[in-house]
Design a protein around this ligand. Structure first.
Ligand code: CS2
Length: 457
């Protein structure tokens, strides 16, 4: 029940109800780790304000689709029971890349993960995948019928991936539990792929104060978002759902093209700008894209490195998409920080950049700008202290760094971190050459040298 869910699926669900008059829907939100959201939203009956920032922002809006919130870490069984309930026919997931517990080398469920092992051993499940699998087990046992599980995270083929992870969990269950449940899941659970898009920065105290000024009430759960929003969902459901298409969602058989374009163009550029900004001491994405050289790097990455790798779906014009993305990044009112977008790099680099890099290398095109993104990330990893490095692999990344400050050694150490890069990429001298080139420019010549190299190099 983070800010992204509130500003995206909760709003589209309410809009679907408004458009159809079918007001039977309501959301039970779940928090994974902390009580903050429960404390913010509980006392205000789940109501929260959406404040849109930027051109076309309009009035504040109070959203009312959230009915209940479960603090998942305190009452994990209640989460499982909610997934099993006959009244639940949709579960959406916004748990970020790391919330899926993927083994990066196999792209399967990380069965060695301590929390997954605990969930498999019985007792109330605490991981998202464990809770879903246990919830489905409850549905089979109590005959509550089919359900749609909808991943809304920025991962390639997020629906198929979620299905694989849930089935991996089920296959690892002890005794005779696995087979019957797996067969039931195959028949009764849909895992549509989705592409979700809306930039939602973390709400600050200043944002809450601004909302209070305008609303005349203190809303502890207010969320800030850009006016733009998009949801493309694979039209593959097995149970009732809100009429999101009436709220502007696109239901289609081909989500892959949309999803790939968004991850490789928008999210990859976002990461590039975040690490360039962190290297140059810039606070927000809008500050970075306002810098001519950095904007050039971002636009050239999309046009030269990414666009040739894409198979665009009908209705998506690549050049126009790129222009819109750059305009959205430039939104000065959003305050999306480079620190926030730059967090969890170890989880984001793979889905956002590596397919582009691999495809460009295979086609004989040096992925110059995508390599800059990875090199700038490496610079962030090697210069931020461990507490500042907001990443589940922070400790392991720091431990893998050499004692020398030589650019080539640092690049070699990080590119050989095989939870992030593939052995093929680590061994590719065109790629490692580009990484070392960019890394040493950032390291030796600072932001000014980097701007010069981008512009004239
Ligand atoms: C961002 C995304 O924080 C990040 O990593 O790139 O959250 C981005 O804002 C959304 O995917 C936009 O839809």
């Amino acid at each position: 029940m983070g800010a992204f869910h509130r500003a995206h699926q909760a709003v589209l669900t309410e809009d679907a109800m408004l458009a159809t008059g079918d007001t039977r829907w309501g959301i039970t939100g779940v928090t994974q780790r902390s009580r903050t959201v429960v404390e913010q939203l509980g006392p205000q009956d789940g109501l929260f304000t959406l404040s849109q920032r930027g051109a076309g922002s309009g009035l504040l809006r109070v959203v009312s689709s959230l009915r209940d919130i479960i603090p998942g870490h305190e009452r994990p069984q209640q989460v499982v029971d909610a997934i099993s309930a006959a009244t639940t026919t949709v579960v959406t997931l916004t748990v970020t890349e790391k919330g899926y517990r993927i083994d990066p080398r196999t792209r399967r469920l990380a069965l060695h993960d301590a929390a997954i092992q605990q969930d498999l051993a019985g007792g109330p499940a605490r991981t998202a995948i464990g809770q879903i699998a246990r919830g489905l087990q409850g549905r089979l046992r109590t005959d509550t019928g089919p359900i749609n599980i909808i991943s809304c995270d920025n991962l390639p083929s997020n629906g198929a991936l979620t299905r694989t992870l849930v089935r991996d969990f089920i296959a690892a269950l002890p005794g005779g539990e696995a087979d019957a449940l797996d067969a039931w899941v195959r028949e009764n659970v849909a895992f549509p792929d989705t592409m979700v898009d809306r930039m939602v920065p973390a709400t600050t105290v200043a944002d809450l104060d601004a909302v209070e000024q305008e609303l005349g009430l203190r809303d502890e759960g207010a969320v800030i978002a850009e006016p733009f929003r998009q949801w493309v969902i694979e039209d593959q459901f097995v149970a009732a759902r809100p009429a999101w298409e009436r709220a502007g969602a696109l239901l289609t058989a081909d989500v892959l093209g949309w999803e790939t374009a968004k991850l490789r163009l928008l999210n990859a550029s976002h990461s590039l700008l975040a690490y360039l900004g962190l290297a140059a001491g810039l606070r927000t994405i809008a500050d970075v894209v306002a810098d001519d050289a950095f904007r050039t790097a971002c636009s050239r990455m999309m046009i030269e490195d990414v666009l040739p790798t894409l198979d665009l779906p009908e209705g998506l014009d690549g050049r126009q998409y790129i222009e819109t993305v750059l305009e959205r990044f430039a939104n000065p009112a959003l305050g999306h920080t480079t620190a926030k977008v730059g967090n969890d790099g170890s989880q984001k680099l793979g889905p956002r950049l590596l397919a582009t890099i691999t495809a460009a290398l295979a086609a004989g095109r040096p992925p110059r700008w995508a390599a800059l993104a990875a090199a700038a990330w490496m610079h962030h990893v090697s210069t931020a202290d461990v507490a500042e490095l907001d990443d589940p692999l922070a400790r392991s990344l720091k431990d893998s760094l050499p004692s020398s400050t030589n650019s080539a050694s640092i690049v070699r150490a990080l590119v050989n971190h095989l939870d992030i890069f593939t052995p093929e990429l680590a061994a590719d001298t065109t790629f490692t050459g580009l990484l070392t080139h960019w890394y040493s420019i950032i390291d030796k010549h600072g932001p000014e040298g980097l701007r010069k190299e981008i512009t004239h190099g």
